[in-house]
Design a protein around this ligand. Sequence first.
Ligand code: XUL
Ligand code: CO
Length: 434
Amino acid sequence: MTGFFKGIPAIRYEGPESENEFAFRHYDPDEMVSDKRMEDHLRFAVAYWHSFAWPGGDPFGGQTFERPWFGDTMDHARLKADAAFEMFDILGVPFFCFHDADVRPEGGSFAASLKNFEAIVDYFGQKMQTHRTRLLWGTANLFSHRRFMAGAATNPDPDVFAWSAATVKACMDATHRLGGQNYVLWGGREGYESLLNTDLARERRQAGRFLQMVVEYKHRIGFKGTILIEPKPQEPSKHQYDYDVATVYGFLKDFGLEGEVKVNIEQGHAILAGHSFEHEIALAASLGILGSIDMNRNDYQSGWDTDQFPDSVPEMARAYYEILRAGGLTTGGTNFDAKLRRQSLDPEDLILAHVGAMDVCARALKSAAALLQDGALERSRSERYAGWDQPEAQRMLRSGTLESISARVLESGLDPKPRSGRQERLENLWNRFV
Ligand code: XUL
Ligand code: CO
């Protein structure tokens, strides 16, 4: 026991009337929501980096948090893992996620870093025998160290490409070994700062080949999890090649990977791209590439990626409605890629941030499931498109030409009658459930 969370009890479901801060009011893992237990719908994960590796800095100030595991030794790394698994137990979360750089000290060479990493992965493996939390996904940090300042796979220097490929291999091996259900690639530096020094076509080709290698390796080692790309339009780079879901889909098609790779959609990234979270989820679902979600919101005024814990049930309900409509999460989950505010110094803050976020998601899921089950929204949507179910309309889509359609319009004296889109009525319906 590290003693870091001393005095904090395991969090249990006590129902909406509970006044106990250290209890769930809405998240009851065993409660059935439609066809599945709540825990199996939401598949919550704790993000190792924000909760255990982030020191509380911002662009104007450094570390605010003091944690006994901050330091560059393997002893520190093991203490950090001990504290992390203690928190997973307190929260009862089924999953966690990590980057290589979150969990091990950097060594003096690639081989030394790898040795540290493998030792910690062994340590995780031992801990997972006595704790119930599993690995949702692993990933590589190819953005923090200065060697990645001009990109990883898209770097003008082939040696950085090679270093990145070797790093991803190590992280995929670790993910596979720990039974991870997905492997994520977020291209923080896969973009550019200035077009004046950038060869766009070349960088995009490098990124495409890199991703093909990842998929080839996945099959060679027999990793059964899903490979996920996490779109983000900018920050840290001025422009990232994985801008949003639509851009990623085009990229996957270009490199023949649309059947192999899905997306991990983050709420804050969707907002930065000028979309809503639910838009990105609905689009991914419609393209068959919805994989997983990172559940952390941005501040709507700051214009950058603030990675806050979710606090709005109506917003989350929009997201879970689209997820449920698409059939739910399979290998994916709800990863809290969220960090405390830098003034939230106490161990209690870290626990209660997750408790509140899990409750918000649970309420949102329940509202969304009730609305979907009610069926009125889906009926209204199908009625709106009912004309397309007519054989004539289907024939037009299948075998129509501009000439044949034009002839029919002239012959039939066709005269379309505008119909209400009923938006406000549907908003009222929505608000009855949420
Ligand atoms: C950065 C971000 C990352 C990815 C994993 O904005 O979201 O933490 O989720 O690299
Ligand atoms: Co993320």
